[in-house]
Design a protein. Structure first.
Ligand code: AMP
Ligand code: MG
Length: 513
């Protein structure tokens, strides 16, 4: 029994002033693609936090008063039929940890429909609408062994990281708001259920194509390819082989995405093909982490014993996942070798994108032939020193180019284990800076604009979670506010930019969320 009586009739006009009738484009694909599933409303819904930026994307005014927050909690806790009355679960499949997992599907997420973009395309990748989803809204026909719920802990992580990644400039699904509840949920311990309202131009995953391909539904596979092309890459329709053109398009976008992850030190944690967006956007925040001390073999996911999804393996795994996507599209591509060629373009595209990112991170205006070695040698010396990823690049902006000048203390402290290796690298970097035309101040400004002072480190999220589990959402909100300005060190409290202390336990996360 629900222990409250929602004032639905009043809530609707206030939250949904100017609320559009949601279109149901994905539903129009037919019964093979999605099924209607009712939202299970959260009992005692309470608004934990909302994102003003995400609200602006869809033309909503974020709640300011307690009454407005209550309206949002009702609306995005599943109590307002005008919003969630046409909810559906979509079917997909996937490769998990390298193995074919068969049919999966939205096990606890529901698609509500399409909401017109109000950002003029600026934040939607140029697309005219956002699909809106509830995550954590109860059982669906695809829940398998799961309970359909999402717990507050993991929902805070998804909410904060979606908005943090967007502020870092990394393509990502967005999080409009986060609603908590009194519903008890069993994980390793008892927790409570929560729901994140997510936005993305598309929630279609590689796994959607795999489902139709490997179950022999070629007509539906073609239908999905046509639908995705029409909506998201209409230029592919004119190609001699549209499915091949789509594959090439996804390869290019994924290469750019992974370069962006690597540049900000983001470890997704569970890069199964069902967690790969066809748009090349970050999707499904589970056991993710940002690097603290640089260790290319680090993964925060304790379920991933072999480190398949470790930081340094993400590019190779993206390539593997693209192979799985390419394989699934073979029924629509003339020759398998064309698909292979398309997928193998990932490597050069990724290397180029990553080199450009590293050049920018080091304040270099263009790439010279030897720069690749300079980058790799920095990464090697950082790995040997476990240098903090975020802090090291940020501090490098303040390194004087003058060969005689001392290495500033805070930067040197990141290389305490092997200072000689770092000073040798610094000498080469300084020599390289001679080939640049920018002065020191302009270089520092440029570096500060691409190297964040703050990322959503595990210990920061954890502190907010502990407080929120005790009923105090203020730290979630403060953290969100700070994460909106990750490059602006002056505006950030010092403890948000500091790495964890040795006493802070490292991220150890499982897939159970
Ligand atoms: P993930 O590894 O979190 O991406 O999940 C893989 C699949 O399991 C997806 O199809 C999810 O929808 C589903 N799933 C994960 N957690 C749950 C849950 N608590 N209840 C139902 N389905 C879930
Ligand atoms: Mg998933």
């Amino acid at each position: 029994m629900l222990s409250f009586s929602p004032d639905v009739s009043n809530a609707l006009p206030r939250v949904a002033a100017g609320w559009p009738a949601l279109e149901q484009s994905y539903a129009e694909l037919g019964a093979a693609f999605s099924v209607p599933v009712a939202v299970n409303a959260l009992p005692d819904p309470v608004l934990v936090a909302s994102s003003a930026e995400a609200a602006a994307l869809v033309g909503l005014t974020p709640p300011r008063t307690a009454a407005e927050e209550h309206d949002w909690a009702l609306a995005f806790g599943g109590h307002v039929g005008a919003i969630s009355g046409h909810s559906r679960a979509t079917v997909y499949a996937g490769h998990q940890f390298g193995n074919w997992a068969g049919q999966l599907g939205d096990g606890r997420a529901l698609l509500l429909g399409d909401w017109p973009d109000r950002s003029g395309g600026a934040h939607s990748g140029g697309y005219a609408s956002w699909e809106i989803q509830f995550k954590g809204s109860g059982l669906t026909p695809f829940s398998r062994m799961g309970d359909g719920w999402a717990v507050l802990r993991s929902s805070i992580r998804e909410f904060l990281c979606s908005e943090a990644m967007a502020a870092l400039g990394v393509p990502t699904t967005r999080a409009l708001c986060l609603v908590g509840s009194s519903r008890p949920v069993r994980r390793e311990r008892m927790e409570t259920a929560a729901m994140v309202t997510r936005l993305s131009p598309s929630f279609v995953r590689f796994g959607h194509f795999e489902h139709f391909s490997y179950s022999g539904q070629t007509a539906q596979l073609r239908q999905l390819v046509d639908w995705v092309i029409t909506r998201y890459c209409p230029q592919c329709a004119a190609a001699p082989q549209p499915a091949l053109a789509l594959l090439e398009w996804v390869v290019a976008r994924t290469a750019h995405l992974i370069a962006q992850w690597q540049a900000v030190g983001f470890i997704h944690g569970v890069m199964n093909t069902d967690n790969m967006s066809i748009l090349g956007w970050t999707i499904d925040y589970g056991p993710f982490a940002f690097l603290d001390g640089y260790d290319p073999l680090h993964t925060p996911n304790t379920t991933d014993r072999g480190g398949r999804y470790a930081y340094g393996r993400q590019p190779a795994i993206a390539h593997w996942n693209l192979l799985a996507l390419g394989q699934s599209l073979l029924p629509l591509i003339d020759k398998p070798e064309h698909a292979l060629e398309a997928v193998d373009a990932f490597r050069p595209r990724y290397v180029q994108a990553m080199q450009q990112r590293l050049a920018a991170k080091l304040g270099l205006e263009r790439l010279l032939p030897d720069d690749g070695d300079l980058f790799q040698d920095l990464l090697d010396v950082m790995a040997a020193n476990r240098s903090d990823w975020t802090l090291t690049f940020r501090l490098l902006a303040d390194l004087p180019a003058d060969p005689q000048a001392q290495i500033p203390g805070p930067l040197a402290a990141q290389f305490a284990r092997n200072p000689l290796g770092f000073s040798q690298w610094v000498a080469r970097y300084r020599a390289r800076l001679q080939a640049e035309s920018r002065d020191a101040a302009a270089r520092a400004r440029a570096m500060h604009a691409v190297n964040p002072a703050m990322v959503l480190r595990h210990h920061l999220a954890q502190a907010a979670i502990v407080q929120a589990e005790g009923g105090d959402f203020s730290e979630v909100r403060r953290l969100l506010e700070a994460l909106r300005h990750p490059f602006d060190a002056q505006a950030l409290p010092a403890h948000y930019t500091a790495p964890p202390t040795d006493e802070t336990p490292p991220a150890r996360l499982s897939c159970s969320s």
